[in-house]
Every structure is written in structure tokens, then in C-alpha cells.
Write a protein that binds this ligand. Structure first.
Ligand code: FAD
Length: 461
């Protein structure tokens, strides 16, 4: 992969550039307990957070995809009133010049790594159907979709440049490799969400080992308790499917007589949101998110090869946010945040749905109604992760997946990596509106909120 660093552009259009470079820091970033992402905290690691009884972690990291200007969410979702077919509308090429990729454009496996890869491959094939030999093509975004598109276009002999806003490739795949942790910290994708487990197969081919998360428990202030209640949600969904209008999932549950204040149901909805990004208050009950299995495998290695592999030998321009895409019958002109303008024959747009919604890129002429309708009606679902490393376990369960029932904090789903790694590492998952709120917290508040969520597990005084 050829990496062109764009730091020289800082001199051009200084005002706009200053804003954009500041925006670049929005990458979900390590938020360790000290300024360095690798340093250990200076605080005594055994000190207790007074409000929770949970020990201070020796290290912690979190994602902030919801507030990240180059993500604005974790995974696209179908909101009440929308349909999955809007993904196909979003995927339609525009006048043979603009081609759309990204997980949100994939009908079969949206919100997944493999769906993103399929979408990039599809967009590249559509482009190749109309492209002449040796044409110049820009790919906007170096996530899984952009990488897959670029690979196919380069292999077909086109002159391809990938423009990536961040100073790294991978997008919503982001492994932080740091010896302080027993396994790379995954701030984005790290598990197979597909029933066919094909991401698992891909990781095996890349030599990435996996950890089995195969024992789940519910946990309340009384200790082990009922885990999630998928039956209530599924029966409300079945009932909603018979109704004349598509209600948000939470409304469908209420209509079905479910008690949203029930702690087990709340934990179930937290699990659903944490694995899909769908907020029950807004998600479609006609095209609902589905529960993940309680038993799955997560990557134990660096996921960078997933994207680095396809980008091998591809020209990639990092720190190069595209802010404007103009097209006419002659070609496409891109403007970068640096002020630079560049011309191409065609472009693949693979930025996340949330970036299109913002809108993070100006299109001239504006996108067709069908595209704008899809962008407005689909949702940029939120999922955030928080990794906590303790000196020793303070919890009393060997289960690898915890659903916290009736706790006070925002993070209700936790993966316990201690059984698999021998290290006292917990990974919190939070989705939906709670994830957006969690992402918006400052570092100290977010760490305190994560620890408060774990108070149910803290030893009694
Ligand atoms: C917390 C979390 C957990 C997840 N868990 C799983 C999982 O377990 N399994 C699974 O299969 N999937 C999971 N996913 C979803 C998966 O990560 C995504 O579906 C997939 O990586 C999306 O790839 P993409 O190429 O469509 O988008 P992205 O990876 O977001 O790539 C888009 C790229 O465009 C860049 N960009 C944005 N704006 C601009 C601009 N203006 N100019 C230039 N570049 C720009 C971005 O920086 C980014 O690199 C998870 C996601 C998150 C956030």
C-alpha cells in the first residue's frame, strides 16, 4: 500500500484546514488513564471509585464512533417507516459518474464487515461496466468497502487513488495493538455477526486467532439472575408485523402489553441495541434488528490485514478528507479539505451513512431524490465499546457474557475476557441512544459511567 501523507497541505486554505485537521482527531481514540495511549495510570490501581465500589482500572480505552466526524455512527439501521430496499436506492449509480459503496448500501449483510466488502465489490463491478481502459478513478474512504472497490478496480487496470480522511485506513475496523493488553483492543468490528460465521473463516485465513464467548449470564444486585428475554421482544415483533403501520420497536412492545420498565426486558433491549446499533425508540418493528446469539467468537488478533491486504499496491492518500464532489458529463471533480481540487473520470463514494446525513460531503448537483430519501430515512445506529483492564478480577462469575439487569449505569452488556485470556479484562458494549450519550461524555465522566455500570458486580462491603 502506498501511503501519501498530506501534511504539506496545511499551508493551503489555512482556515478550513485548521477545522478539518481538528476534525481528524475525532477518530475513536485511546482514552487511557494517562495522556499516552500506552502508558499505565499514575493513580494507585487499587484505589476504589467511592460511588461504585469498583476498583479503578489499570488501563482503559473507548470508542467514540457516534461523535466521530468520519463515522457518525456504528452501523446503519432501518428506522420505523423505512424499508431495507432504501439501501438499494442508495446504491444506485448516478449518471455513470458516482458509484456508492459502504455497509449501508448492502441489502444482504448491512452493518457488517462482509456486507461492506460485498458493497465495494458491487460498486466496482458497476463502474467497470461503463469505464474505458485506464480511466482515472477516485475512491472516497479506505474502510472495508473502499478497499474492496479499489482492489477490483486496480486489478482491472484502472488508475485508482483512494482518499481517506483519517491518518489510518480501516474505518470502523480499528485494532489498537498494545502490549499492556493481552489481546489487541478492538474499538470497532471484532465478532462475526452473520449466522454463517464467514468472518470467522476469513480471520482464520488471515491467521487471526479467536476467543470463544460461550457462557452467558444475567447479573443483578442479587447475583446471577434471568438473562435476556428474547421471547417477549420476538412476540411483540410478530404482532407488530400484523399492524397497519410500522411502529418503533418500543411502541410495538408497549402495544403488545410489555412492561418497558421491567429490568430483564430493559437488559434485553440493551443487548439488542449493543449488537445492532438500533435504538428501540426509533427502530422499525416491521424490519427489526435481530438478537445475536449468546455464544460467539471474537478476534484475538490485529484486524488490520482485513483492509491492508486488499490495499496492497493501491495508491492511498491519508489525511485527505473529501468535502465536495461535483460531476458533469465530462467527469468528476473532488475538492479536499485542504482546498486542493482534483479531476477523475468516476468516483466510488464509500463514506458511512452518518457522514452522508451530516452532510459531510457537498454534492454538485445535489444527489437524486431517491438517494436523498434513502439517506434521510435510514438510521446511523450507535454502538460504543469500552475496554477496562484491572489488576485482578473483582467479580464473582466465570461467565464470558454478562447482561446487567437493573444496574444504574449506561453499559449493560459486558464481555469478560478473563476466562479466555487469564487477564482481568472487561469489554463493555452499549448501543442506541445510550451509546450516543456515552460517546458524548468527557473521558473522566465516561470512565466513571463505565465503572458505575459495573457496580452490580462489586463485592459487598
Ligand atoms: C463498535 C462496532 C462494532 C462492530 N462490530 C462488528 C462485528 O462484530 N462484526 C461485523 O461484521 N461488523 C461489525 N461492525 C460493523 C463494521 O465495522 C462495519 O460494517 C464496516 O467496517 C463498515 O465498513 P465501510 O467501509 O462501509 O465503512 P467505514 O469502515 O466507516 O469506512 C469508511 C471510510 O470513509 C472515511 N471517510 C469518511 N468521511 C470521509 C471523507 N469526507 N473523505 C474521505 N474519507 C472519509 C472514513 O474515515 C472511513 O475510513 C461494528 C462496528 C462498530 C462501530
Amino acid at each position: 500500500m502506498t501511503i501519501t501523507r498530506r501534511t504539506l497541505f496545511v499551508g493551503a486554505g489555512a482556515g478550513a484546514v485548521a477545522v478539518l485537521l481538528a476534525s481528524c482527531t475525532g477518530d475513536p481514540r485511546p482514552a487511557e488513564t494517562s495522556p499516552s495511549s500506552t502508558a499505565e495510570p499514575t493513580a494507585a490501581p487499587t484505589a476504589s471509585a467511592p460511588a461504585t465500589g469498583v476498583p479503578e482500572p489499570a488501563g482503559w480505552l473507548r470508542s467514540q464512533w457516534s461523535t466521530d466526524p468520519y463515522a457518525r455512527g456504528a452501523a446503519s439501521v432501518v428506522l420505523a417507516g423505512a424499508t431495507p430496499q432504501l439501501r438499494e436506492a442508495l446504491a444506485q449509480p448516478v449518471e455513470g459518474r458516482l458509484f456508492f459503496a459502504g455497509e449501508a448500501t448492502d441489502l444482504d449483510r448491512p452493518g457488517t464487515v462482509l456486507g461492506a466488502e460485498d458493497s465495494g465489490d458491487r460498486a466496482a463491478r458497476e463502474l467497470l461496466d461503463v469505464a474505458g481502459q485506464g480511466e482515472r478513478v477516485a475512491v472516497i474512504g479506505a474502510g472495508m468497502a473502499g478497499a474492496a472497490a479499489a482492489r477490483r478496480l486496480v486489478d482491472a487496470g484502472l488508475d485508482v487513488t483512494v482518499f481517506e480522511a483519517r491518518d489510518r485506513v480501516g474505518g470502523r475496523i480499528h485494532s489498537v495493538v498494545d502490549d499492556a493488553w493481552p489481546v489487541p483492543v478492538q474499538l470497532g468490528a471484532w465478532a462475526s455477526r452473520d449466522d454463517d460465521a464467514s468472518l470467522t473463516g476469513r480471520l482464520t485465513l488471515l491467521g487471526v486467532e479467536e476467543l470463544d464467548i460461550d457462557t452467558a449470564t444475567g447479573w443483578s444486585s442479587d447475583g446471577e439472575t434471568a438473562s435476556v428475554d428474547t421471547a417477549t421482544v420476538e412476540s411483540a415483533i410478530a404482532r407488530a408485523g400484523e399492524q397497519p403501520a410500522d411502529l418503533p420497536l418500543a411502541d410495538a412492545l408497549e402495544e403488545a402489553g410489555a412492561d418497558l420498565a421491567d429490568p430483564v426486558l430493559a437488559a434485553s433491549l440493551s443487548w439488542l441495541a449493543a449488537t445492532s446499533g438500533a435504538d428501540p425508540e426509533r427502530a422499525s418493528s416491521w424490519y427489526p434488528p435481530t438478537f445475536a446469539e449468546d455464544s460467539f467468537a471474537v478476534a484475538a488478533g490485529d484486524l488490520a490485514p482485513l483492509v491492508d491486504g486488499p490495499l496492497e499496491g493501491v495508491q492511498v492518500s491519508l489525511s485527505s478528507p473529501v468535502v465536495r464532489v461535483a460531476h458533469d458529463e465530462a467527469g468528476v471533480s473532488l475538492r479536499l479539505g485542504t482546498g486542493e481540487a482534483l479531476s477523475f473520470d468516476r468516483v466510488v463514494v464509500s463514506v458511512p451513512l452518518g457522514v452522508l446525513q451530516e452532510p459531510g460531503i457537498e454534492f454538485d448537483p445535489v444527489l437524486p431524490f431517491a438517494h436523498r430519501g434513502a439517506i434521510a430515512a435510514l438510521g446511523a445506529g450507535a454502538v460504543e465499546t469500552v475496554w477496562l483492564r484491572f489488576d485482578e478480577p473483582f467479580w464473582q462469575t466465570d461467565a464470558a457474557l454478562w447482561h446487567l439487569v437493573g444496574g444504574g449505569g449506561p453499559v449493560a452488556t459486558w464481555i469478560n475476557l478473563e476466562p479466555a485470556t487469564g487477564d482481568a479484562v472487561l469489554v463493555g458494549l452499549v448501543g442506541g441512544a445510550a451509546a450516543e450519550e456515552f460517546a458524548a461524555l468527557g473521558d473522566d465522566e465516561a470512565r466513571a459511567a463505565a465503572l458505575a455500570s459495573l457496580a452490580l458486580l462489586a463485592p459487598a462491603d
